[in-house]
Write a protein that binds this ligand. Structure first.
Ligand code: 3PG
Ligand code: MG
Length: 398
């Protein structure tokens, strides 16, 4: 991991600090349905306030193509204020130009403003130097606390970081340290648990991970492609038959790299993916032609739990079954509880990330019992593919 500057390296007293946040939170009927990303910003804002900074929060929201009132960040003023103990938050109806300057110029040390959606300006996504200069004019220093957007080479993330003294915020720092601890100098054995629907979205990830870890357990519908590649019957299961060759290459590379693989031995099957449907648990040699594999069976769960007991580090991405439809949440939930138990006991350092994974951990009620849960989706996956994230590179020293 490249070295990066932190808040300790920045002199911010009385200064205007541009804080890049990821306030791209889920909203339904005008209400935030999961405030985790907003809450994760609190430590950074509090640390900056303590140092007497004037804080200017910037973020994207959704994927607007130009100004669009339905994607305004105004709706996040109240949730943001709530996350910082009810402190008032000023709103600027544009993120650059006279309106932004008016709001920023009125800020006193210890006050907070939120700028309108960065993506209302095309220059954000094109990493436009002129747009970055307009943003830079509003601040004296730059703090990036948006790991979940670090895979985007956008103006507020990359170009701007080079125009002002820049540092990682506390959440960004915690995220980089947790991922570094899991990947760069981990305690062995290191296990990865990768699930989700499709091998096609995780080809690079699987190739990178097998080079890095001692043991890889594969679950979710993507395991079906591996089972198919090994000649097992998968019935009507979701399966990417055209990727069978890729799956075989991943397995043989893993063997060369000394990475053991756990594939499902048994499975919970049903004819339909519906809540409470009639299920049959079978060995993977005996999946009926008209059935779909929808979750790991108990024998496989037991094997994964045993492997977890023997591991010191876990990297987890992707649910191992169709967890949104009970009873196919059972294996994911049982594994999540085991991971939580071993982490609590100090026997496992556990890092998990990705949208579905976070939802599955929340459903199992163990989110706060893992060593680190990343709120990042795409950025977490790109990290697991071994790619350099532009937003992290922009903060790196030398
Ligand atoms: C996310 O939610 O994954 C980040 O905020 C990035 O959003 P984007 O995928 O629209 O760039
Ligand atoms: Mg995304």
């Amino acid at each position: 991991m490249p070295r990066f500057r932190t808040l300790d390296d920045l002199d911010v007293a009385g200064k205007r600090v541009l804080l890049r946040a990821d306030l791209n939170v889920p909203v339904k009927d005008g209400k935030v349905t999961d405030a985790t990303r907003i809450e994760r910003l609190t430590p950074t804002i509090e640390a900056l306030l303590e140092k007497g900074a004037k804080i200017i929060v910037m973020s994207h929201f959704g994927r607007p193509k130009g100004p669009d009132p339905s994607q305004s960040l105004r709706l996040l003023v109240a949730p943001l204020s709530q996350a910082i103990g009810g402190r008032p938050v000023q709103f600027a109806a544009d993120c650059v130009g006279p309106e932004a300057e008016r709001v920023v110029n009125a800020l006193k040390p210890g006050e907070v403003a939120l700028l309108e959606n960065l993506r209302f300006h095309a220059g954000e996504e094109t990493n436009d130097p002129d747009f970055a200069r307009q943003l830079a004019a509003l601040g004296d220093a730059y703090v990036d606390d948006a790991f979940s957007a670090a895979h985007r080479a956008h103006a507020s993330i990359v170009a701007l970081a080079h125009l002002l003294p820049a540092a990682a915020g506390k959440s960004m720092q915690a995220e980089l340290e947790a991922l570094g601890a899991a990947f760069e100098n981990p305690r062995h054995p290191v296990m990865a648990l990768i699930g989700g629907a499709k091998v096609s979205t995780k080809l690079e990830l699987l190739s990178f991970v097998t080079r890095k870890v001692d043991l890889l357990a594969i679950g979710g519908a993507m395991a079906n492609t591996f089972l198919f590649a090994k000649g097992r019957p998968v019935g009507r299961s979701l399966c990417e038959a055209d990727l069978a060759d890729h799956a075989r290459i991943i397995l043989s590379n893993a063997e060369e790299d000394g990475c053991d693989i756990i594939l499902p031995e048994d499975a919970v099957t049903a004819e339909k993916l519906e809540p409470g449907v009639l299920t049959r648990t079978v060995g993977v040699h005996a999946v009926p032609m008209n059935a779909m594999i929808l979750d790991l069976g108990p024998q496989t769960v037991a094997r994964i739990c045993l492997a977890l007991e023997g591991s010191r580090t876990l990297i987890w991405n992707g649910p191992v079954g169709a967890f949104e439809t009970p009873p196919f949440d059972r294996a994911t939930s049982a594994i999540a509880k085991k991971v939580a138990e071993l982490t609590r006991a100090g026997r496992l350092m556990s890092v998990a990330g990705g949208g579905d994974t976070v939802a599955a951990l929340a459903a199992a009620g163990v989110t706060d019992q893992l060593s680190y849960v990343s709120t990042a989706g795409g950025a977490f996956l790109e990290w697991l593919e071994g790619r350099e994230l532009p937003g992290v590179a922009a903060l790196s020293e030398g």
